[in-house]
Design a protein around this ligand. Sequence first.
Ligand SMILES: [Zn+2]
Length: 215
Amino acid sequence: MATMESTEFARTYLSPHGPMRMLGGAPALDLANTLHWRDGAEIDCIPSYQDLLIFCIPALLLSENEERALERHAANQPRVARDVHLEVLKLRAALKSWLNVWAKNLARGVTPKPVALRSFHEAIGQAGGSAGLGDILNLQSASANERLYLPLRRSAAAAAMLVLFPSGNDIRQCEADHCGGFFINDSRSKPRRWCSMDGCGNRAKAARYRLAHQK
Ligand SMILES: [Zn+2]
């Protein structure tokens, strides 16, 4: 059973912008959260294919062995790696815009319109390419050229999982100003409001405290 305490010790990705914890509760949500706001600026925690590979380990999108193999492939084929990286960023943008619609509608208690879902389906289809499930499961089954696409194909599969099997339909967005982080609400008693208790949660509490003591 995932508790608030366990999420605070979540798997961590050491991004070029500092540590990022996997707090989304699903690989697709952690991918969406790689682009987020911090101190008033939007930062991208996966600015290169190599960074993407390292992120994929704690996000459970690649094993350590797969990551090592892909790092070698990427060094031999930097142009393909760059293209794949751009494709992942495109998928992430589609994912985030769908999540924005989804979370806002949920907060207002209405069912999201299928239009948003249709364009997201298209983006997932494009990112999945012609890869079959075998290619997505196993690095070795893909052709040499296709191997570098594994992070993209797995990200597409993770996004498809999120749409097909949503966790209780309860995807929420962090309530902290300028955070925008997405997570699955896994708390049954009281709905979770922040992406992290010790980060955004504590900041919100401190702000409330300051406000209350100003009067
Ligand atoms: Zn947050």
